[in-house]
Design a protein around this ligand. Sequence first.
Ligand SMILES: Nc1ncnc2c1ncn2[C@@H]1O[C@H](COP(=O)(O)OP(=O)(O)OP(=O)(O)O)[C@@H](O)[C@H]1O
Length: 571
Amino acid sequence: MIRMLLRVLGPEYAPPVRRTVALMTTTAVVEGLSYALLVPVLQALFGSTPADARPWLIAFGAAVAVYAVLRYASDLSGFLAGTTLLRGMYHRLGDHLARLPIGWYGGGRVGEVSVLASRGVLDAMSVIAHFLAPFISACVTPLTIIFVMLAFNWQLGLAALVAVPVVAAIQAWAGRSMAAADAERTERGNEATGRVIEYLQAQPVLRAGGRTVERFGLLDDSLKELQRASRRSTLSALPGVLGLTLTVQTMFTVLLVLGAYLALGGNVGPAQILTILVLAARCADPLLSLADIGGQIRGARAELGRLDAVLRTEPLPEAREPIRPAGHDLEFESVAFRHAGRTVIDDVSLSVPEGQRLAVVGPSGAGKSTLLQLIARFYDVDAGAVRLGGVDVRAINTSVLMQQIAIAFQDVYLFDGTVEENVRLGRPDAGEAEVRAAANAARLDEVIERLPAGWATNVGEGGALLSGGERQRVSIARALLKDAPVVLLDEVTSALDPVNEAAVHEGIERLSAGRTVVMVAHRLRTVQRADRVVFLDRGRIVVEGAHDELLRRSGRYAAFWNIAVTPTPSG
Ligand SMILES: Nc1ncnc2c1ncn2[C@@H]1O[C@H](COP(=O)(O)OP(=O)(O)OP(=O)(O)O)[C@@H](O)[C@H]1O
């Protein structure tokens, strides 16, 4: 486990861990030795001159004091090493997640990673701070006591020593047999956490559907599965716990019988037997706790394995000798891209000259958003190439590529911070006047005037306190502030009220001026302003050209707009 931990985090974390393990081992040995001092104490007390016990009692007290100091030091060391490792893991995970392709975050990954980054990291890192000391103590203290027994009476010591390999074998066997049940329980636990989050997020939909009282079936199923998995995990732990209890009881009985036999033969006195039994009793507790600690450590190891798998995920490769694009024209050359084995972009070739505007239009699921994502290199293409300024985006350094592109997607994510903080994300070092100018150009200023605390209003988690159109205005302001030469825009599909509609449209116009723009367009008036339009269906370009020219051809493009702009008859 520790080896795995250091492999994941790096060798620079080895010294504090080694120091902690050494300190904890010393503490456990001292604990065992302090119990050993009970031998002369009890012998003297039950002997003919009980006063002889005094120096031993003083030695026993001193040993307990040393043990207490060491215990404090080793607990502190474990806690400090644990927090150092925890910080290290957060940094390592944070740095790695920031390098993973944006496309990796799709398909339920966000929930999975958030559980892993919170509970998973804490569980995995808790080993050093919470479980290592009891584990070392449960192994080393009984061993020390057994060695003392051996020195004291070899027959009784040997009888206790026989229990050691039995305990080790039971521990290893129990660990192996519980691994599958433990893993399943953790998996079901994570799944249930995901369902709870989903249930909370789905409240508006459930209530709109009148299912306020009815329980959410998916969550119920998931909780039942978790309950079943927990039962299986508990049941699978039983043989190990029983085996350990039985071994410890057997050892105790053997020592008692052997002690009685030796006493009857006159080889040992009753005081010695009593001492041995006291020592054996001191072995029992730590040995029995092994089953519980073993389970905790196995759980932590499983979380560490999951963290390791995420940390081993390769980021998109960076070019060894990156090229800086000279211009800002865009080009797709025979691009093909698959999502989960299904072709989503199929042999697409197109170009957008610098400073021009391309509108991408097509039915839902045609691959329009994916086309934008390929320009920003959220994914790498499976065939062909996407070029910016004549350079393959794979040959451009990721941060340079990101500097060239401003993104305003419709599913705008706003952080739970103030409006100003959210706009500033576009360019954190922007001056006050620049932020205000971007907000004015995006017509965000009128929204801010209405907000109770103006710029300092908190927008709530995911921007929940703003409407869809207002959120898009924040996103346009962000993009304007960034002032990048290439703009990728995904127009909101939802119907906006006329005021928001006009404001968003004006913002988009300002953002597009003088820049190379690729926009997924859903509104006729944005398409009319584009220099060129591509009509995409099932990942292929069906037609392309200027909007008026395509309309005149009265093919699928014209049919598409006829449906899109014809008002649906009501009633
Ligand atoms: N992460 C993903 N994993 C698997 N399939 C995906 C993923 N993202 C998108 N797809 C699929 O790729 C296809 C194209 O999706 P895309 O979002 O690009 O379409 P779109 O034209 O933008 O649709 P819409 O207008 O409805 O947003 C769809 O069939 C979608 O189901």
